[in-house]
Design a protein around this ligand. Structure first.
Ligand code: B4P
Length: 190
């Protein structure tokens, strides 16, 4: 199986690039952010809980997120692999993912980590706010908080995969097509 963690700060292009990668490599796309947003739309209990964190730019608690991810993976029989988009976001989530994948006889192949300047991140998110209706994109203070949470809680996950020799940094600046090509090259060289 080809199991990719697509990583990066809020607005790095994870969702955008995932669409391209699943098409080329025939993978299942699992975005915890998308799953939470679908639950918010459906007004489920999980959605109400997730919204209370997401609207403030905070992470949804690990226990909830890990259980959710596990049950999503289990829905697929015989997949070619997964793109994990927005998961893991903490070292606790990364450890849980490793244990869970090992229990189903597979593992993470590689982490692809998109590097984007902070000013560019803010401008992408504010631009998306014009059409997305996402409360967490519309407010510059909440965007700042998401970036701060990323630096403190999420960025350390890079070392988790670097220690396993699975970390690949990718320049996430430039056109969507150019970044896609960099990702393809990195996957194909692996
Ligand atoms: P996510 O849905 O993962 O939101 P995100 O970090 O903003 O990334 P997203 O994929 O949406 O943006 P992208 O970079 O593709 O998470 C939302 C919230 O859910 C989190 O803050 C947290 O509260 C919660 N959550 C999710 N997963 C969790 C977990 N594991 N644990 C705990 N909590 C969790 O794109 C951004 C914009 O940039 C797009 O509009 C795109 O069109 C644009 N763009 C992309 N590439 C571009 C390029 N090259 N040039 C110009 N614009 C570009």
């Amino acid at each position: 199986m080809l199991n990719i963690v697509l990583f990066g700060p809020p607005g790095a292009g994870k969702g955008t690039q995932s669409e391209r990668l699943i098409e080329k490599y025939n993978l299942v796309h699992l975005s915890t952010g998308d799953i939470f947003r679908a639950n918010i739309k459906g007004e489920t209990e999980l959605g109400k809980l997730a919204k209370s964190y997401m609207d403030k730019g905070q992470l949804v608690p690990d226990s909830v997120t890990i259980d959710l991810l596990r049950s999503e993976v289990e829905k697929y029989k015989d997949p070619k692999g997964f793109i994990f988009d927005g998961f893991p976001r903490t070292n606790t989530q990364a450890n849980a993912l490793d244990s869970f994948l090992s229990s189903i006889n597979t593992s993470i192949t590689m982490m692809l980590s998109l590097d984007v300047d902070e000013e560019e991140l803010k401008s992408r998110l504010l631009k998306r706010a014009e059409t997305s209706g996402r409360a967490d994109d519309a407010n510059p203070e909440i965007i700042e908080n998401r970036i701060a949470v990323y630096k403190k809680e999420t960025a350390p996950v890079k070392s988790f995969y670097a220690e396993q020799n699975k970390f690949h940094g990718i320049d996430g600046m430039g056109s969507v097509d150019d970044i896609t090509q960099r990702l393809f090259d990195s996957i194909d060289a692996n």
